[in-house]
Design a protein around this ligand. Structure first.
Ligand SMILES: Cc1ncc(COP(=O)(O)O)c(C=O)c1O
Length: 414
């Protein structure tokens, strides 16, 4: 068995109590559903309970000790998240609820204000529904058009088609960094350069990239970049919209209310500075603090190391999956060209049945369309089974996955 990794996985696993449980007596959990949501280390759980136990208060508003402490922790997390993706300024980091809300914010604030009927938003066939549906809703109300770059039979973005579809009518290219089904990693810098050459902006859905590899939004030259804390060891209920400061400055608020204003008169209101202009109402304070702790944890281990570990685990998984007759892996077949996840289909066996048998073996995977119905339809599928890895997954867990798949065949193939 392959065991080379740069990470001390045993030590890392000790930080995640949830991983040390049996799904049924004598059958330990192998958590391979990280693309849906990751587990949380004690450092994150402790940071959040510390806030509730010691300094729970609202932020920005009170001139008392607890509120000051909460504000410092809340804003401090934002600064560390900014550094984590190399944003030029913490003002470019907007707290949202998740990736989905970040994309909706751009659709309803930037696109609705700046685009006119006949303008084109260029998306792709592989997007998560969160990067398809908001644009369809906008198009339905405005006369803006949404075009979709196809994916190839090999499971990568068709860059020839992209070049052909990109023209002066395109005002926004909106694309995922790492596919949550195919695992394919898009050449974001190349796409950003092409988008900018026709005067379009680029939004990158980094929900499956930021948790797993180093990301530098300035080096990628993106205008908007979005991701969720819960997929990167942080809590649910908080995500990020990164935007270039000059673009965010020129955008109208998405939601109105407290905190997003400087001054309110009955005749009208004056908006607050960035990032507060986009953060109406009491925010997710404990969640921001937990997110900051997650980023600290990932930074301490090192995103390069995490990425290398996942490439090694994925390479091992791809090798071993190739042994299973009748099983097909979706997306590119080289681990170095993909993120740490593998979606698969097995001849004549429904993905839900595979997940069910694996669950009995203690292996948590996801079955379904993974919020990418158009992509599954492109390959004449309705669903697939996905195993997705993170820094705490081991080569032994991949072996158990393979054994589980043999069991699937034993149980379900007549
Ligand atoms: C690529 C991608 N984009 C967007 C999302 C949506 O994330 P959230 O549900 O946190 O908004 C997901 C979640 O599965 C995803 O994998």
């Amino acid at each position: 068995m392959h065991t080379e990794t740069l990470l001390d996985v045993a030590t890392i696993r000790a930080d995640f109590p949830i991983l040390h449980q049996d799904v049924r007596p004598g059958v330990p959990l192998a958590y391979l559903d990280n693309a849906a949501t990751s587990q949380k280390p004690l450092a994150v759980i402790d940071a959040m309970s510390d806030y509730y136990l010691r300094y729970n208060a609202n932020v920005h508003r009170g001139i008392h000790k607890l509120s000051e402490e909460a504000t410092v922790a809340y804003e401090g997390a934002r600064k560390r998240i900014a550094r984590f993706i190399n944003a030029a300024s913490w003002r470019e980091i907007i707290y949202t609820r998740n990736t989905t809300e970040s994309i909706n914010l751009v659709a309803w604030s930037w696109a609705r204000t700046n685009l006119k009927p006949g303008d084109v938003i260029l998306s792709t066939e592989m997007e998560h529904h969160s990067n398809t549906v908001p644009w369809q809703m906008l198009a339905g109300q405005t006369g803006i058009e949404v075009h979709y770059v196809p994916v190839t039979d090999a499971g990568v973005l068709d860059m020839t088609a992209f070049d052909e579809m990109l023209d002066e009518r395109v005002k926004l290219v909106t694309i995922m960094h790492t596919s949550n089904v195919l695992g394919a990693i898009q050449p974001v810098r190349q796409i950003a350069d092409a988008a900018h050459s026709v005067g379009a902006l680029i939004l990158v859905d980094g929900a499956q990239s930021v948790p797993h590899m180093p990301v530098d939004v300035q080096a990628l030259d993106c205008d908007f970049f979005v991701f969720s804390a819960h997929k990167m060891l942080g809590p649910t209920g908080i995500g990020i919209l990164y935007g270039r400061q000059e673009i965010l400055d020129a955008m109208p608020p998405f939601m109105g209310g407290g905190d997003m204003i400087k001054r309110v008169e009955l005749s009208g209101s004056q908006w607050n500075d960035l990032p507060h202009k986009f953060e109406a109402g009491t925010p997710s304070i404990a969640e921001a603090i937990g997110f900051g702790a997650a980023v600290d944890y990932l930074t301490k281990i090192g995103m390069e190391h995490i990425h290398s570990h996942e490439v090694a685990v994925t390479a091992y998984a791809l090798d071993r999956l190739a042994e299973v007759a009748g099983l097909r892996v979706l997306g590119p077949l080289k681990a170095s060209e993909r993120g740490g996840l593998v979606s698969m289909v097995m001849e004549d066996i429904h993905p839900h049945d595979i997940a069910e048998v694996l669950n009995h073996e203690g292996i948590a995977v996801r079955a379904g369309h993974h919020c990418a119905m158009p992509l599954h339809h492109r390959y004449n599928l309705t669903a697939s089974t996905r195993a997705s890895f993170y820094l705490y997954n081991t080569f032994e867990e991949i072996d158990r996955l393979i054994e589980g798949l043999y069991k699937v065949k034993e149980v379900l193939v007549l």
